[in-house]
Design a protein around this ligand. Structure first.
Ligand SMILES: *Cc1c(COP(=O)(O)O)cnc(C)c1O
Length: 453
């Protein structure tokens, strides 16, 4: 009886999979924040290198992974696929539960899958420094490591409340050699504007993005890097799903349902898109389940519209489900799931009914995380625990129905830097928060007026 399915490291994918090649309907294109025209490649050139702009827009199905990137991937890839036999037994379910363990990467999450190629393609374009934002620090620590590997400097605008309350990932970034600034910072005009209005602003991901984009746009040798949402980020993450397909093939199983948590949509899409391809092109029937927090319910309660990716309105307008760019989510512990928008490609699949969305409160999510740790021995990141909760619910439903169902979910990261959140859970201090309707209305009133053709 085996728990763990490994691939030979020579079986690491040679190309990323681009869903844009197979989608019957593409989402509406990004718009320029000032002119409102459809974004052209040259509009993105001040902040992204040519290779990534090309990957953002191409409909080519397979994008070769450069050997230098594969070499770094080999530090932790292919990641193991586990069968959660002890959890299955505990739940007394006929379902088979599989999970892809992305928490074994050096930075502790899937984020390194895109940080490495982003640093590589920027280095190749002669860029000297990358600027980025980070919430709880998962993306910042991944990019800091990737920059160090490819000889780039790294400036991270870290949401101030996390900078102060979650020092460990900040220390990790600093160890990798990154400069970490609490955001809002006086370093940028966007940061100064927020500080003038509210000197004690706790910051938000939207504010930090404004700062990082402004930094990149105003420095010739500096580019911007984003850890989720954009097409090229989702593309890089498809190594997860491509490996999972080979692994399941190896043991002769196929998933009936594929599950992932959603912050901006990258880990979910990375696992799901290669399987979605089979549904679009080969008529396979698989359910896809995207899981988000009830406190930041972008897919389940947001509206689909053009919105900015940041607070200041410096980024292109993306056509996505959004809660409004001014949305400041409550301080739930799944810091990586607090973004106001979601990846346009994922939103298209939700709108088309290919992907279902579901939201959970944080207490039930932490209950699921604790059960998972007690049965499987692995402490999930609070973000990943949303996927764990959904997998458990699917397995219980299979027990009710007496059906043998194959469940595959993404364990996007480990929770070793989140022990303060687990302490709060053990002390009974976690609160459930459901976004009130009035607050949602208020933040949606900030939506830019774009003709919605
Ligand atoms: C950042 C993060 C997420 C959410 O981001 P996505 O782009 O939606 O994947 C989920 N899990 C972990 C562990 C993260 O670090």
């Amino acid at each position: 009886m085996s728990y763990k399915i490994l691939l030979d490291e020579r079986e690491l994918p040679e190309a990323w999979y681009n869903l844009q090649a197979d989608l019957p309907r593409l989402p509406k294109p990004p718009l320029h924040p000032v002119t409102g025209e459809v974004v052209k490649p040259e509009d993105l050139a001040p902040i992204f290198p040519p290779a990534l702009i090309e990957q953002e827009m191409t409909r080519e199905r397979w994008i070769p992974i450069p050997e230098e990137v594969r070499e770094v991937y080999r530090l932790w890839r292919p990641t193991p696929l586990f069968r959660a036999r002890r959890l299955e037994k505990y739940l007394d379910t006929p379902a088979h539960i599989y999970y892809k363990h992305e928490g074994i990467s050096p930075a502790g999450s899937h984020k390194l899958n895109t940080a490495v190629p982003q640093a590589y393609f920027n280095r190749q374009a002669g860029i000297r420094r990358l600027a980025t934002e980070t919430g709880a620090g998962q993306w910042g620590s991944a990019l800091a490591m990737a920059c160090r590997f490819f000889g780039l400097e790294c400036t991270v605008y870290m949401v101030k409340v996390s900078y102060e309350q979650k020092p460990y990932r900040r220390i990790l970034m600093q160890l990798f050699g990154a400069e970490v600034l609490p955001s809002p910072s006086p370093r940028t005009r966007s940061g100064k504007e927020v500080l003038e209005k509210d000197p004690s602003s706790p910051g938000s991901l939207g504010i930090a993005i404004s700062e990082a984009v402004e930094d990149a746009a105003t420095h010739e040798d500096t580019n911007y890097a984003l850890g989720s949402v954009l097409n090229h980020v989702l593309l890089h993450q498809t190594v997860i799903g491509l490996e999972s397909k080979r692994q399941m093939e190896k043991i002769g199983e196929k998933p009936d349902v594929v599950i992932g948590c959603v912050g901006g949509g990258s880990n979910f899409s990375g696992l799901a898109f290669p399987w979605v391809a089979d549904c679009l092109t080969k008529g396979e029937k698989i359910r896809f389940l995207a899981v988000e927090p009830a406190a930041c319910p972008t897919l389940t309660r947001g509206v689909r519209a053009y919105d900015y990716g940041d607070v200041a309105g410096l980024t292109p307008l993306l056509y996505m489900y959004t809660l409004g760019r001014g949305f400041i989510p409550p301080a739930i512990h799944a810091g990586g799931l607090r973004y106001h928008g979601d990846a346009p490609l994922l939103c298209q699949l939700v709108a088309d009914g290919v992907v279902e969305a579901r939201a959970y409160g944080q207490r039930q999510v932490f209950d699921a995380a604790a059960l998972f740790a007690q049965t499987e021995g692995i402490l999930p990141a609070p973000e990943s625990a949303h996927a764990v909760k959904a997998a458990i619910d699917e397995a219980l439903a299979a027990r009710e129905a007496g059906e043998k169902k194959v469940i595959l979910f993404n364990l996007s990261g480990h929770g070793h830097f989140d022990l303060a959140a687990y302490a709060a859970y053990l002390e009974g201090q976690l609160e459930d928060y459901t976004l009130p309707e009035e607050k949602l209305k208020e933040s949606l009133s900030s939506l830019p007026q774009v003709e919605r053709a």
